[in-house]
Design a protein around this ligand. Structure first.
Ligand code: ZN
Length: 315
């Protein structure tokens, strides 16, 4: 075992969050708008954003939280840049060495004057300024709530830009059939992008499998419902589909009853490629180090298993 693993395991056993933060980790499921460092945002803007306390019953409740806490306050280029900076600063403090984040496709016109180079530079320069050690994997983000025609139009400037690493789809899983996105994902595949989508958070195990088959996904954001089907578990294992899991978010959004009952242990022990991630730090108080410690303290995974998952995420 290498020294870093030893340090990480010891830090978990000592419940030493500061030391956990110092060990390299990845964050492959992070929505940068809500991924920022609270202190930095407060210092720069005076805006105090506190995490949600309690359990939410729906995505609508989450959207209400965003409306109240973020509202229109960040809807300009300067403030969008501040949120990018805040996310890089947060990730650096959290010991993140691989960070996968990106802008929503509509943000290009809305905040970056329809200038794709400006959008890309915004993320890259922030990474160079605040997170030298971080490998930035730039993602293209899409919402299920947009029409396909609109998304296709928004996506045009993104295609052929070699700076992007992956594409992701989020929003209400039931909003429109997953088949609708097939054409976009085929195009993304031809561009060499890693294909990801949010599925199996509110949807079922079979929704996870269907999305993977139709969109030819490499990775799934969440995918925790897969635990309810032995067949889908086997399918994920055999096809080496990675699940980028966000435990605190799952608990706060009522997807999992509590930490002790989180299915990540069962999914990991079934041989599925899982990683541990933050989702929306400002809402859920969920930096990656805290996620590792909470999973350890709840007894869902051993310190050795958590280190194995940590190293897997860095591969
Ligand atoms: Zn997410």
């Amino acid at each position: 075992m290498d020294m870093t693993s030893k340090r990480f395991i010891q830090a978990l056993q000592d419940h030493n969050l500061d030391e956990i933060k110092r060990v390299p980790k990845s964050d492959l499921h992070n929505h940068f708008v809500l991924g920022g460092d609270r202190k930095f945002i407060k210092e720069k803007t005076g805006i105090d954003i506190n995490p949600y306390k309690g359990i939410m019953c729906s995505m609508d409740e989450m959207h209400k939280w965003v409306e109240v806490n973020m509202g229109e306050k960040f809807n300009c280029l300067e403030m969008r840049q501040l949120l990018v900076d805040a996310t890089i600063i947060q990730a650096a403090k959290d010991g993140i060495h691989i960070l996968e984040i990106g802008e929503d496709v509509w943000g290009l016109d809305e905040y970056f004057q329809s200038n794709i180079k400006m959008l890309i530079d915004s993320f890259k320069q922030s990474q160079m300024k605040y997170g030298e050690q971080i490998e930035l994997r730039l993602q293209i983000g899409m919402s299920r709530h947009c029409s396909i025609k609109y998304l296709e139009k928004c996506l045009e400037p993104f295609w052929d830009e070699k700076s992007f690493y992956s594409i992701d789809l989020y929003g209400d899983e039931k909003y429109q059939p997953i088949e609708n996105f097939k054409g976009i994902y085929q195009k993304a595949r031809s561009q060499g992008l890693k294909l990801k989508a949010h599925v199996g958070e509110w949807g079922s195990a079979s929704d996870v499998r269907t999305a993977i088959e139709i969109l030819e996904l490499d990775e799934v954001q969440h995918g925790i419902s897969a635990v309810k089907s032995k067949e889908v578990i086997k399918y994920l294992r055999e096809n080496k589909i990675r699940l980028n899991i966000t435990p605190t978010s799952n608990v706060v959004l009522g997807r999992v009853e509590n930490f002790k009952k989180h299915p990540i242990g069962e999914l990991y022990n079934s041989g599925i490629d899982v990683t541990i991630n933050s989702d929306d730090i400002l809402i859920f108080d969920s930096d990656v180090s805290k996620e590792y410690l909470r999973l350890y303290e709840s007894g869902v995974l051993s310190a050795d298993d958590l280190d194995d998952i940590r190293r897997n995420g860095l591969r």
